[in-house]
Structures are given as structure tokens and as C-alpha cells.
Design a protein around this ligand. Structure first.
Ligand code: UD1
Length: 438
């Protein structure tokens, strides 16, 4: 078990190149199996969720190999249709393999992804889309079996613009005869990324980024090369960190448009933000003010994944800010942990009210989920004294070495085995070994 330890109070300065997008690369990795060939995925982030996808690809009979920052996937000899329960449980979004396996093999079996830390995450829209394409789906003992002698292009109307259901529909439609049209598709940049990769493999997908996506299926597909886009949620996290701590940072490789709702909120809070073609710079005095209500919404609205980081940035702001969480039921689990550092947050159902406090103090806290874990790090960076953060497996699902990136910006943060930390507690002052020099 490892812990992060954060000594708060440092301002953040410098430049960071933002890692490849987790939510971008996961559907791309699933999409590699729609073709039988060799794919090269450049700027592939090294994350626990990527490792989980690699384990699934290997189980299915594919070969994978790292080549520096690129992941090579050879799907030529894929010879299985099912994903075992243990691999499904590693990552809830493994459900996007369903449409891809079905497109390639006409048959797929995987265990039902249960609830997760954000509350129930049903897959009814995923299954309805696959059924519309002609798949017969049965569920027994927690295992979903999908079978389609032929998949046929059709019109699919999603009741909500679900990211995963849109991806599954597009992937399955690549194996369907004729044209499929997905209405009310999710408009996230990661859907456009999936379209780009599929088209690089010879597919014919159009309209991603808008609400209507069409797929002309059954094209002859071949391997392809793709460069993963920068992770807009990771970028939002580091912008919120600099806003809260004060300082000046410049994030490289990011699309400012994809970050615009987050940068607009930070501007309202008193930061100076400058956008370039593929970079965003932020300057903050470190004393923020409350902002108008933040409502999470599907893209291009304010991302639910950036809600915990923005909340953490406003913990010491002047005034109160209302958050309204419209996507997931259980997205305030980090609030109880933030309270341990002295935060004043009241939650009632989908609404949370953050009232700024004069100071936060270090405490021992546990990550409750991926983005909530990052919010704890941001709170620790502002707190007086030392904050110890455990259950880092959540953060490691989506952030490439969060402590190294923040240390590069001047934060006092390090990671060590929990036991070593406890030993040190007894023998020496916390200041010193393990902390990077800032
Ligand atoms: C994706 C992202 C996640 C992000 C979320 C919303 C990945 C790997 N994950 O998750 O980081 O927080 O989008 O931007 O890309 N729903 C149903 N039935 C379904 C599918 C979804 O009711 O069949 C509901 C969900 O419970 C949720 C809403 O639709 O309330 C949106 O979920 P969705 O867009 O599907 O999120 P994910 O694809 O799971």
C-alpha cells in the first residue's frame, strides 16, 4: 500500500505537457480489435485502466508491446469472444469491448459491470443499441451473452447522450451491413477521437462531435496508427491546482476549446487565463472568489469529471459556490474526506454548497474514487501542515504519476510505502527524505 504525502503552501510555477487522455485511449484500444491487423497507439498514457485494457486484449488473443510512448497492438490472431469476470471488474468501462467483440466475431460474452463508486451505472442504452443492430442478448448468472448472425445498420436514438453507449453503438455498427445512424450521440471530444482512429483503419464514420453520427459498416478494415489526444480532465486538475495554490502554469498539448467551461469558471474565480492554439496558461494570486452555480452536463457543458477538482480549488475562496451534479448520483464521496482538512461543504442530494474557509489543515484521508482522489491532493496542496492520502489505486487509474507532475511545478509532494511512512513517523521529522526539492 502506498501513500502520498503533501506539504501544503507552495505556489505552482512552470510548464507541463499533458498526458494522453484516459477516456480517449480506452475506446481506441477496444477499437483495435474491430480490425485484424497491427495498430500503433502513440502518446498512450501509462495508467492502471490502460493496463486493464491490455490484459483484456491479451486474454482475447491479441499481442501488445510498448515501444517508448507508443503501444503496439496486433489483433491478427484474436481467437476469443469472452472477457472473464476478474478482468471486467478491474475497470467498469471494459463494457466498451462488447460492441467491438461483437463487430469482429458476431458473438460476445462478458460479465455484467456492477455498480461503481459513482453510484449505479446502468448499461441499458448500450444493450438497446446492440439489440437495435440485431444482437440477441441474454443475461444469466451475471454474464451477458450477445450473439448476432448478421448485424444490420439501423437508426439508434439514445434517450441520453451517453458516452459509453455512443462508443459501443459506433463500434458494433462498424461490423453491421449498411448504414447506422446514432441520434442524440454524446458530443465529447473522445467520440471524435474514436471516429478518427476507426477511419484511419478504413472505417467510414462521420459526424462525431455532433449529435448525429453515421457509420457505413462492413468496410474492409486494416491496422492503423493513432495519436491519443491530451487528457482534458488531467489538464483541468492541474489548472485548478495552480488556481488554488497561486502561481503561474502553462499546460502544453491541450485543446483550449475542450477546456473552455473549466477555464471560464477559473476566470470567474479571479484567475487570468490565456489560450493559445494548443496550450493554456493560467495565473493566479491564490485568493479566489466564489463563482455562480456550477452545473455538470454532457459535453460541451461543465464536465462531471472536473467537478471535484474545481470544488477543491474553491475551498478557501471568498464566499459560497453551489455545485449541481447532473450526471452521477454519488459524486460527492470526496466531500467527507475534504471535511477532515477543515473544508465547509454541505450536500443535499445533487447539490453541494462550498463555503470558503480561512485555512485548511493537513489530515489523513482516503481516496474514494479517481477524481475525488485528485481533489484530495489539491486540498492537501493548500493545507497548512502535512496531508497523507491513501488508496492511491483510484488516482493511478487516470493520472500518470500525479506527484511527479506536481513536484515539477514546485509542489512539495511525494509517494512512499505506507509502512515506511509509519516507520519514519516514529523516527524522524516528516520534513526531508522523500520530498522532492522545490
Ligand atoms: C464516461 C466517462 C466518465 C465520465 C462520463 C460522463 C469513459 C471511460 N468514462 O463514462 O469519465 O464521467 O462519461 O462524462 O469515457 N446511463 C444510463 N444507461 C446507460 C448508460 C448511461 O442510464 O446505458 C446514464 C449514467 O448512469 C449516467 C449518464 O447516463 O447518469 C451518463 O453516463 P455515460 O455518458 O454513459 O458515462 P460513461 O460512458 O459510463
Amino acid at each position: 500500500m502506498q501513500e502520498l504525502f503533501v506539504e501544503g503552501g507552495n505556489r505552482l510555477h512552470g510548464e507541463l505537457t499533458i498526458q494522453g487522455s484516459k477516456n480517449g485511449v480506452l475506446p481506441v484500444l477496444a477499437a483495435t480489435i474491430v480490425c485484424a491487423g497491427e495498430c500503433r497507439i502513440e502518446n498512450c498514457p501509462r495508467l492502471r485502466d490502460v493496463d486493464a485494457s491490455i490484459a483484456i486484449l491479451r486474454h482475447l488473443g491479441c499481442c501488445t508491446r510498448w515501444d517508448g510512448g507508443a503501444l503496439l497492438v496486433d489483433t491478427t490472431h484474436m481467437d476469443k469472444n469472452e472477457v472473464p469476470d476478474a478482468l471486467m471488474r478491474e475497470m467498469r468501462s471494459s463494457v466498451i469491448f462488447l460492441g467491438a467483440i461483437l463487430a469482429r466475431r458476431g458473438e460476445a460474452a462478458l460479465s455484467y459491470p456492477g455498480g461503481c463508486e459513482l453510484g449505479p451505472r446502468p448499461i441499458d442504452m448500450h444493450l438497446a443499441a446492440l439489440r437495435a443492430l440485431g444482437a440477441e442478448i441474454t443475461e444469466r448468472g451475471g454474464t451477458l451473452r450477445c450473439r448476432a448472425r448478421v448485424l444490420k445498420g439501423t437508426e439508434i436514438v439514445l434517450p441520453l447522450p451517453s458516452v459509453g453507449a455512443t462508443e459501443n453503438a459506433i463500434l458494433a455498427a462498424c461490423g453491421a451491413e449498411g448504414v447506422t445512424t446514432v441520434y442524440n450521440a454524446a458530443r465529447e471530444p473522445e467520440i471524435a477521437e474514436l471516429q478518427d482512429f476507426l477511419n484511419a483503419m478504413g472505417a467510414d464514420v462521420r459526424g462525431a462531435g455532433g449529435s448525429i453520427v453515421t457509420v457505413a459498416g462492413k468496410r474492409a478494415l486494416h491496422g492503423g496508427t493513432h495519436r491519443v489526444i491530451a487528457d482534458r480532465i488531467v489538464a483541468a486538475t492541474y489548472l485548478c491546482a495552480a488556481a488554488a495554490c497561486g502561481g503561474e502554469v502553462r499546460l502544453l498539448g491541450v485543446d483550449p476549446v475542450a477546456l473552455s467551461t473549466v477555464t471560464a469558471a477559473l476566470y470567474e474565480a479571479g484567475c487570468r487565463v490565456e489560450s493559445e492554439a494548443d496550450a493554456v496558461a493560467l495565473q493566479s494570486a491564490g485568493s479566489l472568489r466564489a463563482i455562480p452555480p456550477v452545473r455538470t452536463a454532457p459535453y460541451p457543458g461543465f464536465p462531471t469529471d472536473a467537478q471535484p477538482a474545481l470544488m477543491a480549488a474553491l475551498l478557501r475562496s471568498a464566499g459560497s459556490t453551489v455545485f449541481i451534479e447532473n450526471i452521477f448520483e454519488n459524486r460527492y464521496r470526496h466531500v467527507g474526506e475534504l471535511a477532515r482538512l477543515g473544508a465547509d461543504i454541505r450536500v443535499a442530494g445533487r447539490v453541494a454548497v462550498v463555503s470558503g474557509v480561512g485555512a485548511l489543515h493537513g489530515a489523513s484521508v482516503r481516496c474514494t474514487d479517481l477524481r475525488g482522489g485528485a481533489a484530495l491532493v489539491l486540498a492537501g496542496l493548500q493545507a497548512e501542515g502535512t496531508t497523507r492520502i491513501s488508496e492511491l489505486e483510484h488516482i493511478d487509474r487516470g493520472y500518470e504519476s500525479i506527484e511527479r507532475k506536481l513536484a515539477l511545478l514546485g509542489a512539495k509532494i511525494g509517494r512512499r510505502e505506507e509502512t515506511l511512512w509509519q516507520e519514519q513517523d516514529e523516527t524522524e521529522d516528516a520534513e526531508g527524505e522523500g520530498f522532492p526539492s522545490s
